[in-house]
Ligand binder design. Structure first.
Ligand SMILES: *Cc1c(COP(=O)(O)O)cnc(C)c1O
Length: 224
C-alpha cells in the first residue's frame, strides 16, 4: 500500500459515519486522484476552473467534483457543467450567475454560502448580517436552477485552537438559526463545510459534516 493510501485509510477511519470527505486535489496530478479513486474515494475538491476542466476530462465520470475555491463570475460557465457542489458562494450576484449558467445546461446546481468568519481580510464570504439580509430579501427563491444546501467557512490561520473552535462554533450556531428561519422543511439544507488538514478534528466537534482535506492526504502542494 502506498503512503498516500495509508494516510487516506487512516483519515477515513477517524471520520464519523455522517461526515463526508472532500479530497482536495488542487495542484496535485491526475495519477494521485486515480490512486485514491481506486481505493474508493469519489469526492474531489478543486479551486481553479481550468484545472478542474482538464482533470474532469480524463478522469472517471462518476467522480463528484466540488468547487471549493473563490469563484469568479466569468468562470461560472466552465464550472457549472462539471460540478456536484459549489462551496464558496460569496455574493447574490454570483448565485444569479450560477443559476443562469445552470439553466443553460438544464442542471440544478447545489451551492453553499461562504461565511467570512476569519480575522484575515483576505478571506471571502458573507458576514452573518449580510447573509441574513440576502436570505430575508428572498430573491434567491426565484432562482430555480440552484439549491442552497448549507454553509461553508474557513477559520483564521492560527495555532490558537480556542479561537478556531469559537469561529466554527459561531458558524454552526448561525447555521441552525437560518435553517430554522429559512429552510425549515428543506431536507437538503444540511451541509456544514468546515475543517481542513490542520483543523478538521475541531471542525467535526463543532458541527461539520463535510471536511476538505488536501495536504494531510496528498502531501504539500507545489505552487508553480
Ligand atoms: C486548499 C483548500 C483546502 C485544503 O487545505 P489543506 O490545508 O491542504 O487541507 C480546503 N479548503 C479550501 C477552500 C482550500 O482552498
Amino acid at each position: 500500500m502506498s503512503e498516500m493510501t495509508s494516510r487516506y485509510r487512516l483519515i477515513k477511519s477517524t471520520l464519523p459515519k455522517d461526515v463526508d470527505l472532500v479530497a482536495v486535489s488542487k495542484y496535485h496530478p491526475v495519477n494521485a486522484i486515480s490512486e485514491l479513486y481506486a481505493v474508493g474515494q469519489r469526492i474531489f475538491g478543486e479551486s481553479r476552473a481550468q484545472e478542474l476542466t482538464e482533470k474532469s476530462k480524463v478522469l472517471p465520470k462518476d467522480i463528484e467534483w466540488h468547487f471549493i475555491g473563490h469563484l469568479q463570475r466569468s468562470n461560472v460557465k466552465h464550472v457549472v457543467p462539471i460540478v456536484a457542489l459549489i462551496h464558496a458562494v460569496d455574493s447574490f450576484r454570483l448565485l444569479q450567475e450560477i443559476n443562469k449558467q445552470a439553466e443553460r445546461c438544464d442542471r440544478l446546481v447545489p451551492c453553499l454560502l461562504q461565511i467570512h468568519i476569519a480575522e484575515e481580510e483576505s478571506k471571502f464570504g458573507f458576514t452573518f448580517a449580510e447573509c441574513r439580509d440576502m436570505l430575508k430579501a428572498g430573491e434567491w427563491k426565484n432562482l430555480n436552477n440552484i439549491r442552497i444546501d448549507g454553509l461553508m467557512c474557513m477559520a483564521t490561520n492560527t495555532d490558537d485552537e480556542a479561537q478556531i473552535r469559537n469561529e466554527f462554533s459561531a458558524v454552526n450556531t448561525f447555521f441552525k438559526e437560518i435553517k430554522q428561519e429559512f429552510f425549515t422543511n428543506a431536507e437538503n439544507f444540511r451541509r456544514c463545510s468546515w475543517g481542513m488538514s490542520d483543523d478538521y478534528g475541531i471542525a467535526i466537534q463543532e458541527g461539520s459534516n463535510l471536511v476538505r482535506i488536501g495536504s494531510k492526504l496528498f502531501g504539500e502542494r507545489n505552487y508553480l
